[in-house]
Design a protein around this ligand. Sequence first.
Ligand code: ATP
Length: 276
Amino acid sequence: MTSKGSIQLVETSDTIDEDREHLLVVDMEAGEGEAEPKFSIRNLTTEQVISEAGRPILKGINAEIPKGMVVGIIGPSGSGKSTLLRALNRLWEPPPHTVFMDGRDICSLDVLSLRRKVGMLFQLPAIFEGTVADNVRYGPQLRGKKLADNEVHKLLTLADLDSSFFNKNGRELSVGQAQRVALARTLANDPEVLLLDEPTSALDPISTQNIEDVLVKLTKNRGMTVVMVSHSIKQIQRIADLVCLLVDGEIVEVLKPNQLSHAKHPMALQFLQLSN
Ligand SMILES: Nc1ncnc2c1ncn2[C@@H]1O[C@H](COP(=O)(O)OP(=O)(O)OP(=O)(O)O)[C@@H](O)[C@H]1O
C-alpha cells in the first residue's frame, strides 16, 4: 500500500530538548484533502503510572495521527504501545490536555460517547452469550436502538462474514471468525476510529488477511482512522500508511512503512533487525 502522506520529523530523539517537547509532524502531500489530525497528542506522560523499571511508561509523547490513515505502532515489549493505544479512548485515563480528538480534549468528552467513536479490538475477541446477530446488535441496543436484520447483514458483510453467520451461536466460532464478529459489533457503533491491539496475533494467515483487507477497505471507503499495535513488521508494511516506533515510552521515529530500514535510533534499529 502506498503512503498517503509524507512525514517530517521536526525533532527526533537525537535532538530532544530537556523537557522532551519533541514534535512529530505528519505533513500531508498537497491535494490529499484530509490534512487535519484525528488525534493530537501533546506531551503525554504517565506520571501517575510507573513501570516495574521505575520510570513512567510514556514519556512526553507528542504526535499527530492523521485522519483516514492506518497508523502502526511497533516497538519492543514493554515499550508502552498498549498504554498509548488505550490512552486514545480512555481505557487508560490520560492527564487532561494531553490527548485531543478533532481538536477537543478527550478528557472533556463523555467517556461512553468517546468509546463509541473510538472502537477497540484486542488480541483475543470476547464474544457475548447468544448469536452472532445478538452480538452485533449489542452496542445500538444499549442506546435503545434495535438494528434491523438487513442492517446486521450489512455489518457482517463489512466484516467479511456471509449471511450464514447471522444465527450462529458465538460458541461455534473459530478465533478468526470471532474476531470478525467483534469487528462487526464494533462497527455497529459507527466508529470514526478503530484501535487495534495485536488483532491478528492469534489468527492463521488467511484470517489475518481477511481482517487486514477489511481494515484497508474501512480506511479507503469510509475514511476511518485505524491505529494498530502489531508485533509483525510484515503486517505493518502490508497495511500501514505510517509507522511510529516506540522505545522506552518515547516515539523515537515516525516513518513510512517502506522506510523502516532507514530508522536511525539504535534501539529501533536493533528491534527492526531482530524482527525481520
Ligand atoms: N497499570 C499499570 N501499572 C503499572 N505498570 C503498568 C501498568 N500498565 C502497564 N504497565 C507496565 O508498563 C510497561 C508498558 O506496558 P504496555 O503494555 O503498554 O507495553 P507494550 O509495549 O504494549 O508491551 P507488549 O508488547 O509486551 O504488549 C510494562 O512494563 C507494563 O508492565
